[in-house]
Design a protein around this ligand. Structure first.
Ligand SMILES: [Fe+2]
Length: 281
């Protein structure tokens, strides 16, 4: 895929009254982003990404104290997967203050604000009345819901690393990738999403597709994979933020006149996806 075909968005400065707003260069660029389920987002100047990257790089050291962060279930804690040489420190918002240093916890909260700006842009396009955004999103649109901030490392010296084709389950994924390898499915073919310096890669997930399905404008959850590519640094670092609904909550589908069209517990929706997808996160 030519770089120019992936649309680029920017965020307005933070404002107390309206929060951040998402902008595309043209209506066509927004159309393309909604159709692909993916776009680049210019990294806001007030985000201290270098510090977060530095924190991520230091995690892989054998003497890093963060290796002692306990595992909580399958998804959280310091996790080393032997099968694909992936190592990650993954924590949901409730545990950021407990385990991340203060600047990383506040970096996570800045990503919360970006996630909210994106989901509000999606709702605005969907025509769903604003009063229902919070309920439809299981609380995420107003600062609740669930969010993960993960620092992920792949060792590219092993041939079998990577991620098989999958869609993300949540609303929005914010990715800071240090090396190429991400591909998305467009018209049945996988195409590369190059790293664009100074930009995050944003993609839409299944829960966002679900809540907009009966609105004026549904978004697609993009199928993507990560393939092995050699890079100068054998360890590929990534920072990933997942904006999710509250995992114990409900999701609601509304149309643009505010009539309820359907609902699902998050549990049921994710279980259904689990059955359908060959996810390997
Ligand atoms: Fe993913």
């Amino acid at each position: 895929m030519r770089n120019s075909q992936i649309p680029v968005a920017t965020l307005s400065d933070d404002s107390a009254s309206t929060g951040r707003q998402l902008f595309f260069a043209s209506p066509e660029a927004l159309d393309r982003a909604w159709e692909l389920g993916l776009f680049y987002l210019k990294i806001p100047d007030d985000l201290d990404l270098e510090c977060a990257r530095q924190f991520g790089r230091e995690l892989v050291a054998s003497d890093s104290p963060y290796r002692q962060v306990p595992q909580y279930g399958e998804l959280e804690g310091f996790i080393a997967l032997e099968n694909n040489q992936q190592t990650k420190l993954a924590l949901r918002r409730e545990r950021w203050d407990q385990h991340y240093p203060e600047h990383i916890a506040s970096f996570g909260r800045q990503l919360d604000a970006i996630g909210i700006a994106i989901i509000c842009a999606v709702f605005r396009q969907s025509g769903i009345p604003k009063a229902l955004w919070d309920r439809a999103s299981g609380g995420y649109a107003s600062g609740g819901g669930d969010a993960f901030l993960n620092f992920v490392h792949y060792d590219t010296r092993t041939p079998d690393w990577g991620l098989r084709p999958h869609t993300d389950y949540g609303f929005v994924t914010i990715l800071d990738a240090s090396a190429p390898g991400l591909q998305i499915e467009v018209g049945g073919e996988f195409e590369a999403v190059p790293v664009l310096p100074g930009h995050f890669i944003i993609n839409f997930g299944e829960a966002l597709n679900f809540i907009t399905a009966h609105s004026d404008r549904a978004v697609s959850a993009v199928t993507h994979r990560v393939v092995s590519q050699q890079s100068s640094d054998p360890v590929r670092h990534g920072i990933v933020y997942f904006a999710n609904p509250d995992l114990d909550g409900m999701l609601w589908q509304f149309n643009a006149t505010g009539e309820e069209q359907g609902s699902s517990s998050v549990d049921d929706l994710f279980a259904q996806l689990e059955g359908r997808l060959t996810a390997n996160r």
